[in-house]
Design a protein around this ligand. Structure first.
Ligand code: GTP
Ligand code: MG
Length: 259
């Protein structure tokens, strides 16, 4: 982590602080804050690894892949302070942990809505993953049209002095939902609170169109799947792209070992 922004923000954290942070020495607080953030980084990496394993396994064994893209980000210290002010969070690590639940964020895009739910089940079904909260904005979109499946999950991280549970916010969505959300985000960023009504209406229409596109793509996908297996050459190509397995010669030698 780049130390400069942490130092700057801790200066401000101390200025604003009452209670725990105020009494602390700046160097100590800086170190504590870094350790606090590290845990989120590790938790986020655990989830990214889990998704990467699922993606590789799917490509290898099932010749399809429910994941288009995985991205992750740690909330920067400035945004944490801004959100603490907005939410009236006490300046203690315990309060930050409780109220700012998106310090570690992972976003997964899939081609199809069914893949979104498949991945959610596969990830949250793992024995070390604990679901804290689920918000299904696909089943119930927000009034502005926003759709995505949000899961707040807890994953254990093993540190030198023991195991700690870490909260990670996972957003799962289709490419169409992601396309919409990134444009909507840009518009809000540009206009701040004053987005013209015509744009808001346009966004709601676009969200509906994106929803229809998802439904059509899902239907076509189901039709293709039920039409039978992929041609042999395509199967071989897909397998080769992700192959960690032995070649034919090796398999033959392995077979002969058994005789
Ligand atoms: P914050 O919005 O982070 O304070 O949390 P919340 O308690 O409102 O949770 P929610 O599940 O509504 O949103 C969490 C995150 O989802 C946001 O930080 C965004 O990344 C994303 N999100 C939620 N609503 C919208 C939306 O209307 N548009 C876009 N572009 N993203 C959204
Ligand atoms: Mg919100």
């Amino acid at each position: 982590m780049d130390p400069t922004p942490v130092r700057m923000d801790l200066g401000r954290l101390i200025e604003r602080a009452e209670g725990d942070f105020a009494g602390e020495d700046a160097a100590q607080l800086r170190q504590d804050f870094t350790r606090f953030m590290m845990r989120y980084k590790f938790g986020m990496e655990e989830i990214v690894t889990k998704l990467s394993i699922l993606r590789d396994e799917f490509t290898h064994l099932h010749e399809n892949n429910p994941i288009e893209n995985v991205s992750s980000r740690l909330k920067n210290p400035d945004s944490i302070i801004e959100k603490m002010a907005r939410k009236g969070t006490d300046p203690t690590f315990v309060s930050i942990e409780k109220t700012i639940t998106d310090i570690a964020g992972v976003r997964v895009t899939c081609s199809f809505v069914s893949d979104v739910y498949t991945l959610f089940d596969l990830l949250t079904g793992q024995s070390d993953v604990h679901i804290v909260d689920v918000r299904d904005y696909i089943a119930t979109p927000k009034s502005n049209g926003y759709r995505s499946l949000h899961a707040l999950i807890e994953v254990p991280v093993f540190l030198s002095d023991g195991q700690v549970p870490v909260l990670v916010e996972v957003q799962l969505r289709t490419i169409a939902m992601d396309f919409w959300a990134s444009l909507e985000h840009k518009i809000h960023y540009k206009y701040q609170q004053d987005v013209p009504q015509s744009l808001l209406d346009g966004l709601r229409d676009a969200a509906e169109t994106a929803g229809e596109l998802d439904a059509t793509m899902e239907r076509l996908h189901t039709e293709v799947k039920s039409a039978g297996e992929l041609p042999a050459e395509l199967q071989a190509e897909l397998r080769a792209r992700n192959d960690v397995g032995p070649d034919d010669g090796f398999v033959e030698r392995l077979r002969r070992l058994g005789t």
